[in-house]
Design a protein around this ligand. Sequence first.
Ligand SMILES: [Zn+2]
Length: 284
Amino acid sequence: MNKTVLVICPHADDAAAFCGGQVIHFANEGWRVVMVRVTNDQTDSIGLSPAETIRVNTEQMYQAARILGVSEIAELGYVTDCLGDVSRVELRERFIRLFRQHRPYAVLSFDPYAQYEPNLDHVVVSQAVEEAYWTATFDKHHPEHLAQGWQPHSVCERWYFARQLPAITCAVDISGVIEQRIDALAAHVEMMRNTLNQLKLQLATWGRRVPLLDAAVESGDLRDMLSVWVKSRARHWGQQYGLDYAEVYRVERFGGLEAFCQRESVPLPGLESLPMHNRPWFEV
Ligand SMILES: [Zn+2]
């Protein structure tokens, strides 16, 4: 089998912010991790021009990707915070193309059925990924890809993350890699300054300030503040599943036919498959 995973993210910082622990696990286990950044992040900074913002955020994305163990980055280059104006069918074609080109075992992405998601880029990408996963198997969707030598492909597992998942099927122990994940997030200095500045402005509207937050936004030394943020969320999930720190996912595969596939499947000649049982990510 092809030990490749695709991490499809609207923005440079999404991987470190939402699924960094599992990305590090995949990389440590020898998987080839391809990160797809859909937009150029041109709005995500404080006080920089759009061109300078793209340059700085891209540079910091490569630093974060090195920390996460990402092998390769594919850039789609759409304008950030404007994917609501982009056709989901157009985006779907970009993802089908990537599935056929890289033939990943798994894809990590935002959950298309997530609740309380305020970012339209996240919503649009998640819906296009969900459709691309099954339309990529059709020979009549984008036959021009087939003419280029690519074949229909079905991603085996979709690992969906979200601010709030509609259901959790998997809790991953990230206790051993949490500091590495925080380092990766802290590498996105400019994007995280802008993220924390949103909270600072909201606090100001309330009539208050948090000195730790102000110091982080002003100095760009964000690690302490991000550590509080990442650990509180990871501890919350960890406590529910008997772990120190956890990430949670909704992993989908086989459309409810898992038991049938476990019972009836036989190995494909010449192809190594993952162990069928002993899958810690299905314990929840
Ligand atoms: Zn994002």
